[in-house]
Design a protein around this ligand. Structure first.
Ligand SMILES: NC(=O)c1ccc[n+]([C@@H]2O[C@H](COP(=O)([O-])OP(=O)(O)OC[C@H]3O[C@@H](n4cnc5c(N)ncnc54)[C@H](OP(=O)(O)O)[C@@H]3O)[C@@H](O)[C@H]2O)c1
Length: 248
């Protein structure tokens, strides 16, 4: 089975490519480096021909609501249109637990992406997960301010991107099934604690300052709106176990 991975070089996408191979399928990688820009859509139909499914793991790095909505709606429209033309029967999308409650900043783009997807008559599956363990690396990268590490006050129940990737490939290997039950990591954590542990494990020494982020996004981070619902499925790997293999 040929499975296209859009956003193949990202935190999630690289694990999806590995999981496609591990499941005995053939991955087709898409990122700008591979010569296909998902925003222009040029060359997409050709790349999709012969595939059984597309897993969309692409993302924008922008936290602006306007840019995020532009990116995610343009990309999903281009993918769905190219899939129709190339005869690909299954689109697999990933979104974030609690995105609809926030519907601001980056999350506004995820909500808009979900809306475009759910307006499509059939042929799609949608998995919502919590933050990845790898998200801590992204927080560390964005939050260096002078000698300090600034971290949003945030409750999260993070999951390993590798475990999300395995789930996406299992979904892509079956028939389209619409919205599937949420997936989360094994336990609730506080983002500032995870960042402290990550900095210590990677030999970085700077004071961590936890700050409440203003607005709907910040409120949701603090009040538990980004935590999984009662019916969510949980995966095994803790942040500590992930850190042991990724700190180097
Ligand atoms: N990170 C989390 O904690 C988390 C949690 C739940 C759900 N999610 C969702 O999981 C998905 C992947 O997130 P991520 O954190 O893995 O993203 P990421 O690390 O930022 O990776 C984004 C990927 O998209 C590609 N990309 C960006 N613009 C592109 C374009 N114009 N054309 C082609 N490729 C493009 C990037 O490759 P190039 O830049 O090389 O083109 C890269 O491969 C997103 O839908 C995100 O909302 C993330």
């Amino acid at each position: 089975m040929k499975i296209v991975v859009a956003g193949a070089t990202g935190s999630l996408g690289r694990h999806v490519v590995a999981a496609v191979r591990a499941a005995g399928h053939e991955p087709v990688s898409i990122s700008r480096d591979s010569g296909v820009d998902l925003v222009s859509g040029a060359g997409l139909v050709k790349r999709l021909r012969g595939a059984s499914a597309v897993i969309d793991a692409s993302a924008t790095s922008s936290n602006s609501a306007r840019k995020s909505v532009d990116f995610f709606t343009t990309v999903i429209r281009n993918l769905l249109s190219a899939e129709r033309e190339a005869g690909v029967p299954h689109h697999v999308a990933i979104s974030i637990v609690g995105a609809a409650t926030v519907n601001a900043n980056y999350y506004a783009g995820k909500v808009a992406q979900e809306q475009v997807l759910q307006a499509a008559p059939s042929g799609w599956s949608l998995l919502r997960t919590t933050q990845f363990h790898e998200f801590v690396q992204q927080v560390v990268g964005h939050g260096k301010v002078g000698p300090f590490q600034v971290v949003p006050a945030m409750r999260s129940q993070p999951i390993a991107a590798a475990e999300v990737a395995a789930e996406l490939v299992a979904i892509a290997s079956g028939d389209p099934c619409g919205v599937v039950p949420e997936l989360a990591g094994p336990r609730e954590e506080r983002m500032a604690d995870l960042v402290r542990r990550y900095l210590a494990a990677t030999g970085q020494r700077r004071p961590v300052i936890e700050v409440p982020v203003p607005g709907a996004w910040g409120r949701a981070m603090r009040n538990g709106s980004l935590l999984p619902s009662a019916g969510a499925r949980r995966r095994r790997q803790t942040f500590g176990e992930w850190l042991e293999t990724h700190a180097g």
